[in-house]
Design a protein around this ligand. Structure first.
Ligand SMILES: [Ca+2]
Ligand SMILES: [Ca+2]
Ligand SMILES: [Ca+2]
Length: 215
């Protein structure tokens, strides 16, 4: 089901991570972590601003390369460009703040296979990495059959376990919010985009549509 090389790598990394297991016990325990996640992501804004060198509210390919250098993330040009395309959701050639969070979290997941990294900071941002770990953990919790995607049934199952009376309806609604391309399954990337919405990260830049191309 993976469409690109990058997506295939992400599924692989997720499955590897899933074999370790999850600390999540219920969907509610995920929700309880929202306030802390929110705080941590707000701190991420400072990182974003630091790498948005021309302060235009988006990180372009060059800025991203410098960012990776600084964070000592050794990805090939092709990988960086693939990541950029994968996270530049509205394809306006720039990574907005919420897209940046998704991108960093994907990097976090992909770096999981680096040998000898257990228990060490992968990116030099321990607080943020703890939040990313929560995202990964939550996804592993939802992906019961460990195929690297969350299906509608898996979502319903997870929310049913939480014992909410209206859980079926909530689960469907959550699932539809997450399944951005409406292909019936939720990838980790889609999950992350949904999460950044749920915890209330808005980039408050909806009104600056046609600014690309200005030099
Ligand atoms: Ca910029
Ligand atoms: Ca699954
Ligand atoms: Ca999907």
């Amino acid at each position: 089901m993976a469409e690109t090389k990058l997506e295939a790598k992400m599924v692989e990394a997720m499955q590897r991570r899933a074999s370790v297991g999850t600390a999540m016990k219920s969907f509610n325990s995920v929700i309880l972590k929202f306030p802390k996640i929110d705080e941590s992501l707000r701190n991420c804004k400072a990182v974003f601003e630091q790498f948005d060198e021309d302060s235009n509210g988006a990180i372009d390919n060059e800025e991203l390369k410098k960012c990776f250098n600084k964070l000592q993330i050794s990805f090939t040009e092709e990988e960086i460009s693939d990541l950029f395309k994968a996270c530049d959701f509205n394809q306006n050639m720039g990574i907005k703040f919420n897209e940046f969070i998704v991108l960093l979290c994907l990097v976090y997941l992909l770096k999981d296979n680096a040998p000898g990294h257990e228990g060490k900071s992968r990116m030099g941002m321990p607080n943020l990495e703890a939040t990313f770990e929560t995202f990964v953990d939550a996804f592993v919790f939802l992906d019961k059959n460990k195929d690297g995607f969350v299906s509608k049934n898996e979502m319903v199952q997870a929310i049913n376990e939480s014992g909410e009376r209206s859980s079926g309806r909530i689960a469907m609604k959550r699932f539809e919010e997450m399944d951005w391309d409406k292909n019936g399954s939720v990838s980790f990337k889609e999950f992350l985009f949904a999460f950044t919405n749920w915890v209330g990260i808005d980039d408050a830049e909806d009104d600056e549509d046609e600014e690309e191309g200005t030099v």
